[in-house]
Design a protein around this ligand. Structure first.
Ligand SMILES: [Zn+2]
Length: 279
């Protein structure tokens, strides 16, 4: 049995009247996300997120819907129930972002810090595609899904992915679009090797660590090695991967010719019957 949010003495709902303040409140922590704070608030009052939102008469079942935009009415209801200022509620959402930052900020949680998540925390910086280590406790963030167990991930891959994540942050925050374009080209290339399809900006916010870490590492690798060299070490490359490779380099004819040549040679060496997936 879950005890209801509404105290037994609560008055019946009257339109225009705010819900009673909750019996218990919790103070928001630095960098905490609105949805995470609402979850802690719900837990402190012995109910779940959906019950809390229903009690507050907010028309959504998931607090994550409020993380990017909470309207004045909803902020006022939450503030009243939790006995805080509405500005505090609004400060827990994402601030205005450049389109570049927005494309690299996940709408839903895709990674977390095991240490802080155990305490019921959900922090804003975890949603950034470039976030790699928890800024509160320093623990490496882990993806919420994944075939790989932590001990199966090589130290080298983690090292490179962390470097790639730093470069991605610089690229996302740089003035011009050039750095990010270069980073995303490396990601597109990595995706083609992993036969992972979709938008490169989603690949680096992928909840599966085998996709995300590989793509971040590719950003670091692209800085020190020409991408074309990487094609040589690729053991299998299917037609989709070839098309993706060509697309990644379409604006650079010289590189395109080199990559195309390598991709064709890979295909010849492999032969038509031995195609295997890396996944
Ligand atoms: Zn942490």
């Amino acid at each position: 049995m879950v005890a209801p949010c509404e105290p037994p003495s609560a008055a019946p709902e009257v339109p225009g009247v705010k819900p009673h303040p909750l019996p218990k409140t919790v103070a928001p922590l630095p960098d905490e996300l609105l949805s995470g704070w609402l979850s802690r608030l719900a837990a402190a009052n012995y109910c779940d997120d959906a019950e809390l939102l229903a009690h507050l008469r907010i028309d959504t079942a998931h607090g994550t819907a409020l993380d990017f935009n909470v309207d004045a009415a909803a902020a006022a209801k939450i503030a009243n129930a939790a006995r805080v200022n509405p500005d505090v509620v609004r400060s827990l959402t994402f601030p205005a972002m450049t389109p570049r930052e927005a494309s690299l900020t996940a709408q839903m949680p895709f990674q977390h810090c095991m240490q802080c998540a155990r305490e019921g925390l959900s922090l804003r910086h975890w949603r950034r595609a470039w976030a790699f280590d928890c800024q509160v406790c320093g623990t490496r963030l882990v993806q919420t899904l994944g075939k790989l167990r932590e001990e199966q991930i090589s130290g080298k891959l983690i090292y490179r992915a962390r470097r790639g994540a730093e470069m991605l942050e610089c690229a996302a925050r740089s003035r011009g679009p050039k750095q990010l374009r270069r980073a995303m080209r490396a990601v597109t290339f990595a995706m083609s090797l992993k036969t992972f399809r979709g938008d490169p900006s989603f690949a680096v916010q992928n909840p599966r660590s085998e996709v995300r870490l590989f793509c971040l590492a590719a950003i670091a690798a692209a800085r020190s090695h020409p991408l074309a060299k990487a094609a040589i070490v690729s053991k299998s490359i299917d037609d989709y991967a070839r098309v993706a490779l060509l697309r990644a380099f379409e604006k650079e004819p010289r590189l395109l010719a080199a990559v195309d040549h390598i991709a064709q040679r890979c295909a010849r060496n492999r032969g038509p019957m031995t195609a295997v997936s890396h996944n």
